[in-house]
Design a protein around this ligand. Sequence first.
Ligand code: PEP
Length: 251
Amino acid sequence: MNKYFISANWKMNGSKEFTRTFFASMNEDIDEDVKIIICPADCYLNTVDAMAPKNVIRGAQNISFNTDGAYTGEVSASMLKDLNVEYVIIGHSERRDYHVETNEIIRKKFNTAVSANLKPILCVGESLDQRQKEETFNHIENQILSVINKEILSNHPFLIAYEPIWAIGTGETATPEIANEVHSFIHGTLDKIDSIQSKKIAIIYGGSVNSNNAYDLFKMSHINGALIGGSSLDANEFNKIYKIAKEINNE
Ligand code: PEP
């Protein structure tokens, strides 16, 4: 298993010019050991393909759980596969909140993705209120068990992103200890499904990751990289975070 995945969630940001400038300033060699996954808006997936250096992997930010048909505005898993997209973010908290995506909808999207051989990045995470009420572990276990089962764990590659909602876009990162505690809990939850297959699942952290906090986060035993929103829009910052992961990987 790769130890680190550094993923960019550009959300509804970017343009052709942004994409060109972003990759023009990507000065690190992208290697196979520390993966880079860029998730632009769907309309820029081909632009990323044309402009990104070798070994940059592409992901989408969402899919429909329907396979095809009269669903205006939706994009299917097979369409993404047709563009050679490898990953898709499923269950980001912004989709759960603003688009009312329930665990049931997320389960359907996850299954649609793996049926089309797309690799999901399943996002889970608690709100501040849930953390304060000590509901974090129950909530996350529920989010995972409503999607992941033994068949999925055995047969389909995927990533999990732990993204505490209170840390997304707020500048407030979970401490490395808090994040690692939840990552360890997630590994334990997967272990209970299948303790051999669970070893191959990487868990990345998301929530105000930047070049100042990345080192301490990536050093933690259960943290396998990051899903990065705000800092992924700054090529210099994103490069620095990638470099940190590479340095730790080579230690
Ligand atoms: C995200 O939205 O996935 C995210 C982690 O955003 P940010 O890095 O801006 O907190």
